[in-house]
Design a protein around this ligand. Structure first.
Ligand SMILES: O=C(O)CCC(=O)C(=O)O
Ligand SMILES: [Fe+2]
Length: 340
């Protein structure tokens, strides 16, 4: 399998589908998850008009002046960790990425007990005043993608011979939802010292499932292993699809049978690249455990020596909130000191 497979997930989204049809989709997802952990989805039912509106409003935002964009800078979002960061502001893999972005998450009122208690990454969003419709479109999109996330997780549960609501019941009753909009400006592929300048450096995602909308610029690459050889393969834009990939927590839960696969971005299009990753992850206080299932008895080998961060997800004990905080603190070192 040298390309990222395209899977029609209509049966998972459609409440009237047969169990046999859902199992068939799940089986395809299972193959993709055991292989590279990446697949495209079609038949997802997310409104095309909403996607187009969001994309165009996002482009409008990034085209504004730095000063306007800074009016919603992340430091103003405080512990909720929301808002704008400029190009070079995020260090995914220890070095500054060539991207700017907006961070969003579940909209919580300042009176929510978790916000009152000062829980990091919880709070109201920091929406720009202009373009005026952006905040509303983001909320609508997050709601649509949350439904899709539940549908896809039911497929992943079936693929592991678990109850369809396994993840919904145990981990995602109150999922941690983070949503980002990134703009990758064009630029030279190497810096003054000849080192590559990534849009996003090599990394794995932290949670369970990422659902990514990318524009037509391309540049996303997935690390693949074949006969012991590492190869970077392209995950090019495919009209009407989302790219899905699994994160560290599903790797942990499946004992490494479903691997969180490293990926990176290099914008070679010579123009801006827009991408919108949606992270559908376990509840903040959910304790992450390996799933007890015959299918997962012979888990994959511990891979920490080969991982980009040299950490073992299998040695991790704690809640998803603990895991996530450890990671975000590293990618925004300045902000960490300021707001956490
Ligand atoms: O922009 C992309 O295509 C990928 C972004 C990504 O990997 C991430 O945000 O975790
Ligand atoms: Fe990622």
């Amino acid at each position: 399998m040298d390309t990222v497979p395209v899977i029609d997930v209509r049966a998972l989204v459609d409440a009237t589908s047969s169990l046999a049809a859902r199992r068939e989709v799940a089986a395809r997802m299972g193959v993709a998850c055991r292989h590279n952990g990446f697949f495209y989805v079609t038949g997802h039912g997310v409104d095309v008009g909403l996607q187009a509106r969001l994309e165009s409003l996002a482009r409008e935002f990034f085209a504004r002046s730095e000063a306007e964009k800074q009016s919603v800078r992340m430091a103003l979002g405080g512990r909720a960790w929301r808002g704008f960061f400029p190009v070079g502001g995020e260090l995914t893999s220890g070095r500054p990425d060539r991207k700017e972005g907006l961070y969003f998450g579940t909209e919580l009122s300042p009176e929510d007990p978790r916000v009152l208690a000062g829980t990091p990454l919880h709070g109201p969003n920091l929406f720009p005043r202009e373009p005026a419709g952006l905040g509303g479109a983001v909320l609508e999109y997050m709601e649509a993608l949350t439904s899709l996330g539940h549908a896809l997780m039911s497929g992943i549960a079936l693929s592991l011979e678990l109850e369809e609501d396994f993840f919904a019941a145990r981990y995602m009753k109150d999922p941690t939802v983070l949503f980002r909009i990134f703009n990758y400006p064009p630029g030279p592929e190497v810096d003054g010292e000849g080192l590559p300048v990534w849009g996003v450096g090599e990394h794995t995602d932290y949670g369970v499932l990422t659902i990514l909308k990318q524009d037509d610029a391309g540049g996303l690459q997935v690390k693949s292993r074949k006969d012991g050889q590492v190869r970077w393969m392209d995950a090019p834009p495919v009209e009407g699809t989302f790219v899905c990939n699994i994160g560290d927590m599903l790797d942990r839960m499946t004992r490494g049978v479903y691997r969180s696969t490293p990926h990176r971005v290099l914008n070679r299009a010579g123009r801006d690249r827009l991408s919108l990753p949606f992270f559908f992850d376990p509840g903040w206080t959910a304790e992450i455990h390996a799933i007890d299932s015959p299918v997962l008895r012979d888990g994959g080998a511990d891979d920490h020596a080969e991982r980009w961060d040299r950490q073992s997800v299998h040695a991790f004990r704690g809640t998803y909130g603990d895991y996530l905080l450890g990671k975000v603190g590293k990618v925004f070192p300045d902000l960490r000191a300021e707001v956490l």
